[in-house]
Every structure is written in C-alpha cells, then in structure tokens.
Design a protein around this ligand. Structure first.
Ligand code: NAD
Length: 473
C-alpha cells in the first residue's frame, strides 16, 4: 500500500504542515489502496509565497527558455506515458481506452504549446503602438479528479508558455496520479517555485487559493456550484478567473443520419469516461416518428457492445464510479428518473450489474421518451445514464438542445450539411461536434451559459494567461 506524505513546494518534496490523512479507496474492490497526508492553509501560503518569488524572475524569461521547458515536459511525459495510464485506471477506474486517450492528450499539450509559442507574437503592433502581452502572475490551478493529469497538462503548459508560475490543487481523490506528475515536473528542472503542488481539500486549500491576494488568476475545472463559490471569492482581490464547469450535452440525430451507425455511437458518446465527463453526450435527441426504431437499435447495441467491467480490460466501455459517494449520487438520479414516471426505463436501472457487486459499478442505463423538463434531462448526473428525447422538427430539436442551464458541448449527426450548419449556428454551446469528430487540439474549449467562462487550448487558451499592456508613444 502506498503512503503519500509529500507535497511539492519551491522545487522540493516536503512533508506537509497539514496533518489530516485521507484513505484512498480502490473503486473496483472497495478496499483501501493508499493513504495521503493532505496540505493545509499554511502549506498553501508557503506554495503561494514560493510562486510569487519565482515569478519575479520567470516573468522575464524569453520564449526560447520556456519552449525548452515545454519540450522537456513533453519528452518526460512521453517516456512515463504507460505509468500515467496505469495509475489513472487504478486510482479512479477510468477504462483503458479512455485513460490512454486522455494521457496521450496530456503528453501532446506540452508539444502543442511549445509549437504555438514559436509563432505567437507577444509584442504585437496595434495602431502606432506596441502591445506587450505580459504574464498575468501567480496562477491557482484547481481541478477535479476525472482527468487530473490531463487538466494539469492543459493549464500548466499554457501558464509556463506565458511566463506565469503556478500553485496546483488537484482533487484529493487523485493523490497517486498527482505523485507521478510531481515527479515529472521535478525532473523537468524548472526554476524553483515555478510549479508547486498542494494536494488537499477544496474547502481548505482551494478556499485559501481563492482568497489569498498573492494569487493573480484562478483556472478552475469542476462543478458549476464550486465554480460560482470561487468566482464570488475571487472578486474581492479582482483575480482573473477561467471556469470550465458542468455540461448536459445534446446529441441531435437528424432524420437523414444512418441510424444503425449513429445510435450505437451515441451510447459511447454518453458513456465516455464511464459517463463521468463534462462533454458526455447525455441527451440524445431523435425524430419522434422514429423513436421505436431508435429504442430497438439502442437495446441491441447495449446488449452486444456496451460492457461494464474492469478498467484494465480493453473491451470495457464503463468502469466503476470514482467513489462510493458518487455511486450513490448516480443511483439517486436513476431513482428520480424512475419515480418521475414520465419516461420509460429502456435498460439498466438501480443496483449493480451482476458479478460487479464489490466496486462502485453502475448499470449502463437508458431512459427513453424523456421530457426535457425532467430532472434527469436538466441536471448533470455524471454517470452512465442516457436520456433519449423525441423532437418534432429541426427547430424543435434546437429549442430542446438550448433548454438547459449548460452550454459546453453539443453533437450533430446527419448528412445534409446546410441543416447541420444551421443547427451549429443556433445552438448555445462552446463546441459543436459533427458526425463523430469531437476534438481538434488548437481550437478553443469552454462553455456558454453556466458551463463557465474563458477558453482553453491553443492561442485562445494562452491569451487567458496574458495581460495586454499598451505602450503608446
Ligand atoms: P468539484 O467541483 O466538486 O471539485 C473540483 C475541485 O474543486 C476539487 O479539486 C475540489 O477539491 C475543489 N473544491 C471543492 N470545493 C471548493 C471550494 N469551496 N473552494 C475551492 N475549491 C473547491 O468537482 P468534481 O466532483 O471533482 O468533478 C466533477 C465536475 O467537474 C463535474 O461537474 C464536471 O462537469 C466538471 N468538469 C468540467 C470540465 C470542463 O472542462 N468544463 C471538465 C471535467 C469536469
């Protein structure tokens, strides 16, 4: 069993001042896998002080030096890729295919930022003046467990490129993944204090980052509720804030789509990361007159190709939920769906799948003929629960898609490009993914409405770490 009792401040692995110890439970077996000693407010203050001191030098480093660190990180992560995938599967149960995808993305993030910096103009001329794009300062990075090292890579690669220093607060459920990432940064040999890690509780470490005047910007990924708390707290010291929050993505299937292909794909788009994904396509919008056909195809695909199983099994679609508490949250939503009595339970339902009683496994669940006003269609469940919602015509589909507090991602499947473009222009979401294409590295990622504000990846992502200073005359 692993005992994790070091945090990373000012280029050194140190014993935390905090004394609280948290047990980490294996989501597959329900048994204790490790324990972690958590950082507290004092540790957070020490990390912020180190990042502030380092910023005074790091802010003036040139592009070449920063590109060197980004490339070094890329090489180190590439070398330790399999280990990063392994610990991600083991610690929170993310299935192999998806852990691999996320870690490969993390490795690439550093390379992409290094490449972008080669051509990114940090001193553009506007009118007759020069605009200096200067690093925003010390950045607090607060992230969830569902792709911990992926989020660190996206956010910290941009921060380093901009010349910022960082204090990272990963989820308390990601301590083992964090340990590997801390080792990677240490090996990269960045100047002391540029990157600091304080794993601890949100209400302790996260709250200190939010209120401490030494932090200039917070980049947060997590739930909409916590995002609002951080935004309110951050305004007192006028911190810049980027919020990547929850989602309830619609997936519109048009009448001219190939249903035999698209409906099975729609199940996988909902069940990515075992349904624990902000971009999961959890609302499947289908033409009302073809609902029975959709149900039949979905039933068949569930039986033939959706597998709830061990994360390490390459054929597994859905692994366990991250924690017992979260398992119960998902069960509660399935109960609400059944009790609301406006929809039909097509597959899955309450309880654990046969043979998977030990861990936090949830059945692959589908509700059909769902009314979009139901709670299961409005609220983020963050588990393998799909709502099939019938629509009358294209404008009705757009209306339903937009009838949500969220606006992170949306999906459209069909043949007629003009109809697809019409839908893409009318859906309020930060990302519209067409016919199965779901990611393009350098395009902006972020939400409309209560899915947050600000963007990540590529030049849009880098902009968020820079303050423009106009030098006139
Ligand atoms: P969460 O909001 O509970 O926690 C996220 C982080 O915030 C954790 O590190 C937590 O410790 C910290 N935190 C909690 N309370 C805090 C407080 N008062 N002050 C400061 N920090 C605090 O989210 P979670 O359960 O870990 O993750 C799931 C959520 O993340 C879902 O809502 C999901 O949609 C969202 N998410 C969004 C994106 C995106 O890019 N938009 C990506 C992945 C996950």
């Amino acid at each position: 069993m692993q005992h994790l009792d070091k945090i990373y401040i000012n280029g050194e692995f140190v014993t935390p001042h905090g004394t609280e110890v948290l047990d980490l439970i294996n989501p597959v077996t329900g048994e204790k896998a490790a324990d972690v000693r958590l950082a507290d407010e004092v540790d957070t203050q020490n990390a912020i002080a180190a990042a502030q001191a380092a910023f005074q030098t790091f802010r003036y480093t040139g592009k070449e030096e920063r590109i060197g660190y980004l490339n070094k990180m890329h090489e180190i992560l590439k070398r330790r890729r399999d280990e990063l995938v392994e610990v991600m599967m083991d610690e929170y149960g993310c299935p192999l295919y998806f852990s691999s995808l996320l870690i490969d993305g993390a490795v690439q993030d550093f390379k992409n930022m290094a490449e972008l910096m080669k051509t990114y103009d940090l001193e553009p001329i506007v009118g007759r003046s020069k605009v200096r794009l200067e690093p925003v300062g010390v950045v607090g990075v607060i992230i969830p467990w569902n792709s911990s090292n992926g989020f660190i890579a996206t956010k910290v690669s941009a921060a380093i490129a901009a010349g910022c220093t960082v204090v990272i607060k990963p989820s308390e459920l990601s301590a083992r993944q964090t340990q590997v990432m801390m080792e990677c940064f240490h090996e990269a040999g960045l100047p002391k204090g540029v990157v600091n890690f304080v794993p601890g509780k949100g209400t302790v470490v996260g709250a200190e980052i939010t209120r401490n005047p030494g932090i200039n910007k917070i980049t947060f990924t997590g739930s909409t509720g916590v995002g609002k708390t951080i935004a309110k707290g951050a305004v007192d010291t006028m911190k810049r804030v980027t919020l990547e929050l929850g989602g309830k993505a619609p997936n519109i299937v048009l009448d001219d789509a190939d249903f035999e292909t698209v409906i099975p794909q729609a199940l996988f788009a909902c069940y990515i990361n075992s349904g624990q994904a902000c971009v999961a396509a959890t609302r499947l919008l289908v033409p009302a007159h073809r609902l029975n056909e959709v149900n039949d195809i979905a039933r068949k695909a569930l039986a033939e190709s959706v597998k709830v199983g061990l994360p390490q099994d390459p054929t597994t679609t859905i692994g366990p939920m991250v924690s017992e508490g979260h398992y119960h949250n998902v069960q509660n939503y399935i109960r609400i769906g059944i009790e609301e009595d406006k929809a039909e339970l097509l597959a899955g339902g309450l309880g654990k799948p046969e043979g998977r009683e030990a861990g936090n496994f949830v059945k692959a669940t589908v509700f059909t003929n769902v009314d979009n006003r139901m709670r299961i269609a409005q609220e983020e469940i963050f588990g393998p629960v799909l709502c099939i919602i019938p629509y009358k015509d294209v404008d009705d589909a757009i209306r339903i898609a937009n009838d949500s507090p969220f606006g992170l991602a949306a999906y459209v499947n069909g043949k007629d490009r003009a109809t697809i473009d019409y839908i893409a222009s009318r859906i309020d979401a930060g990302r519209i993914c067409i016919n199965g294409d779901f990611h393009d590295d350098m395009t902006p990622f972020g939400g409309f409405k209560q899915s947050g504000y600000g963007r990540e990846f590529g030049a849009y992502g880098l902009d968020a770490y820079l303050e423009p200073k106009a030098v006139i005359g």
